[in-house]
Design a protein around this ligand. Structure first.
Ligand SMILES: Nc1ncnc2c1ncn2[C@@H]1O[C@H](COP(=O)(O)OP(=O)(O)OP(=O)(O)O)[C@@H](O)[C@H]1O
Ligand SMILES: [Mg+2]
Length: 334
């Protein structure tokens, strides 16, 4: 069934390169995806596949140079983010779009109290006075499950445990009632029990606050648990995209299939990270002209090394960028 909710973020053909001393790095190639109000989109892919660079590009969070967005449209809530002024973009960042980074210690400032850091966006984006901001900051800490919130506003980041610091980061990201929350592997630095607690918290907040979420992870198990839809990235491209249940029951891209094979079976311990699949990760020193996964692919066809497959719709809700089709005999299948 088609989802009738309004699209809040629409990214088309986003391409980001790094112009480094050692040459060009084609980190994000022609990436397109959209996000509907209130929905949770998972982005999965191994290290270096371009997940973070994609999200940082949306909000111009990358240092330029060396980063350059060379193509694409980023429509957010009726505005083209590539064209808005720096001032307006600052308002979107941390205001309408909240961001949670992987490592809470590098994104919290050690020299300011946690209270100050939650209050700052409230004063900056919401125009709250000091007293109102303090009250709201305590409410936010309470919302993310930090006991004795009013008193803890006076504490510094190092006085919180890793899991609690991540909760503080979530409180900051939620401060201005974002329409979209981008969470870039917010649980990988945490132990498994705390990871599970943070996931529960996000699930609960999502229903309470009704925001849309982009959740970046290595872990398809996490995606299965929380996402509505999932986009699989490889070598800076989205290679498959579908509703979660569809992706798990009918994976079409050999890379997605390989990822699924690395997931532990039911009853086993959940892997903290995806075990790596055979072969070398791709080199990003060229624009993709053929399928970047071909050297590692079990089902490679001669066409795969000559032409980069475009994403084709299998159903309106499921698309894949691959020349091979399940059942078809590839060159290594014989
Ligand atoms: N400042 C930079 N200069 C040059 N290359 C960069 C820079 N930042 C990122 N890259 C490259 O861009 C590619 C994509 O990186 P990105 O951080 O998006 O990967 P990722 O999918 O988020 O990986 P991870 O799962 O490890 O976080 C990588 O090859 C990376 O080396
Ligand atoms: Mg990353």
């Amino acid at each position: 069934m088609q989802d009738a909710r309004a699209t809040i973020l629409d990214v088309a053909n986003l391409t980001t390169v790094f112009n480094t001393r050692d040459g060009m790095v084609y980190a994000v190639n022609n990436v397109s995806f959209s996000l509907k109000a209130g929905e949770l989109l998972g982005i999965v892919g191994e290290s270096g596949s371009g997940k973070s660079v994609t999200m940082m590009s949306l909000l111009k969070l990358l240092p330029s140079p060396p980063a350059e967005i060379t193509n694409g449209d980023i429509w957010f809530n009726g505005r083209q983010l590539r064209e808005v002024s720096d001032d307006e973009l600052r308002k979107v960042r941390g205001g309408e779009i909240g961001f949670i980074f992987q490592d809470p210690m590098t994104s919290l400032n050690p020299v300011f109290t946690v209270g100050f850091q939650i209050m700052e966006p409230l004063r900056l984006h919401m125009g709250l006075g000091k007293k109102a901001a303090r009250i709201r900051a305590a409410e936010l800490l309470e919302l993310v499950g930090i006991p004795d919130a009013m008193a803890r506003l006076r504490d510094y980041p190092h006085q919180f445990s890793g899991g609690m610091r991540q909760r503080v980061m979530i409180a900051i990201a939620l401060a201005c009632d974002p329409k979209v929350l981008i969470a870039d592997e917010p649980t990988t630095a945490l132990d498994v029990t705390i990871q599970a607690q943070i996931l529960e918290l996000i699930k609960e907040l999502r229903h309470k606050l009704g925001m849309a979420i982009i959740w970046i992870t290595h872990d398809l198990g996490v995606v299965a648990e929380i996402a509505d839809r999932v986009a699989v990235m490889y070598a800076g491209q989205i290679v498959e995209h579908a509703q979660v249940s569809e992706l798990f029951s009918n994976p079409l891209h050999p890379y997605t299939r390989a990822l699924l094979e690395t997931l532990p079976q039911m009853g086993g311990e959940r892997a903290q990270r995806l075990r790596s699949i055979d072969g070398q990760p791709p080199n990003l020193d060229h624009e993709p002209v053929s399928c970047e996964f071909a050297p590692r692919c079990k089902h490679v066809l001669s066409r795969c090394t000559q032409e980069n497959p475009k994403r084709r719709a299998v159903t309106p809700e499921h698309d894949v960028a691959c020349w091979w089709q399940p059942g078809q005999e590839g060159e290594k299948d014989a």
